[in-house]
Design a protein around this ligand. Structure first.
Ligand code: MG
Length: 385
């Protein structure tokens, strides 16, 4: 089915996030999840299925301002919720401005993993049948357990299903059900329509569309998202200087002309450090280790790499790969390559196969060709830890 790109507002989205339940010490809807929050993913998931549909977020009255700041720029209108969930839904539905023939999809803000195909399928079913909801099968045997912790019975599973969201309704069906049910209580709008004798079509959806209520739900949902990946680049240049030791990748190449610099002038490790800092958008090595600071005079550059790795870890990222290229007429890298790779792998806490080390001359061209200095270029890949 094609994504709705029409301009007529015959379909609207209502996301319910008005509960005041606080779990894990914080509002579960604002828990970080794959670079956003549970609620942001829930909103994105339904919006992605119907890009041009009016979208209403029902927020706890205390948080309307905060939610407008967060979601206003995405074209989401925020309205305050009511005393009960059903009152909140009604506030949201009334704010859609739909005509009676329009379809409203009501989605739970704690369900960040609904596939776009499921959202469109429930909308189509609601258009066809007047009322529809997503369901998922129950794979486990179901028991009724008494207050004393003893099993009372095994509930026949045939015909049982978990109720998910979104749930979709033609507005006229909802309005009629509200009028008949008056002030009764219901747990979801499908139950409301059932209670007044209406027919509700069940659409089997993706079972991973869970409601995040406990810490383990959040972990399971997070595992379904691809890991965040960042790539950083670092480049450094140092001139040769007589009378200094040559350090490359944390290895001393004895008998070779060294490089000038405030620290040990390990041009390779400086490039790697900058690449990690770059991936973290955390400035460059000069910001964190100013050359004017006497502490870093003659310092082993391994310290800088360790610092950058730690900074990345504090931001929830770890290095998973490094590719380094040296531009130099001298020294010959070949005889030292394996020792340099091994040391770099050790500094980055990687296996030897996760570190690439290449070297090239510049065919006599430029400052490298004139043997005035060495260039190092590093590329690192970081993954969400
Ligand atoms: Mg440097």
């Amino acid at each position: 089915m094609a994504t709705d790109t029409g301009t007529a507002p015959d379909l609207a989205l209502v996301i319910v996030a008005a509960g005041s339940a606080r779990r894990f010490g914080a509002d579960k809807l604002l828990q970080p999840l794959a670079g956003a929050t549970v609620l942001e993913w829930a909103v994105r998931a339904v919006q992605a299925a119907f890009l041009s549909a009016p979208t209403i977020l029902v927020a706890h009255p205390d948080r309307v301002g905060e939610m407008r700041t967060r979601f206003g720029p995405r074209g989401v209108a925020v309205v305050p919720g009511g005393a009960r969930r059903q009152d909140s839904v009604r506030n949201g539905v009334e704010a859609t401005g739909l005509s009676d023939g329009g379809v409203v999809l009501i989605h739970d803000g704690a369900r960040p993993l609904v596939p776009g195909g499921d959202v469109r399928a429930v909308a189509a079913a609601a258009r066809r049948s007047g009322a529809a909801l997503l369901v998922a099968p129950i794979p486990d045997t179901v028991k009724r357990v008494g207050a004393d912790g003893l099993v009372e019975e095994t509930v026949p599973r045939r015909g049982l299903a978990r109720a998910l969201t979104p749930q979709g309704f033609r507005l006229e069906i909802l309005r009629r059900a509200w009028a008949v049910a008056r002030d009764a209580e219901w747990t979801d709008e499908a139950a409301l329509v059932e209670s007044v004798g209406g027919r509700v079509e069940a659409v089997t959806g993706d079972a991973r569309n869970v409601k995040v209520t406990r810490r383990e739900d959040l972990d399971a949902v997070a595992a379904a998202f691809p890991r965040r990946v960042r790539v950083g680049q670092g480049v450094d240049v140092h001139p040769f200087a007589a009378g200094r030791a040559l350090w490359l990748c944390g290895v001393e190449l004895t008998g070779e002309t060294g490089l000038a610099g405030h620290s040990d002038a390990d041009v390779a490790l400086h490039a790697v450090t900058d690449a990690i800092l770059g991936a973290c958008a955390a400035g460059d090595i000069g910001v964190h280790f100013p050359p004017s600071d006497p502490r870093w005079k003659g310092a082993a550059s391994a310290v800088f790499v360790a610092y950058a790795v730690r900074l990345a870890a504090e931001r929830g990222m770890r290095v998973v790969h490094c590719d380094l290229t040296l531009l130099a007429e001298q020294p010959r890298i070949g005889p030292h390559r394996e020792a340099m790779r091994a040391r770099l792998a050790e500094l980055l806490d990687l296996g030897p196969d996760d570190v690439g080390l290449k070297a090239t001359t510049c065919e006599g061209l430029g400052f490298v060709g004139r043997r005035e200095g060495v260039v190092a270029m590093a590329m690192v890949t970081l993954e969400q830890a």
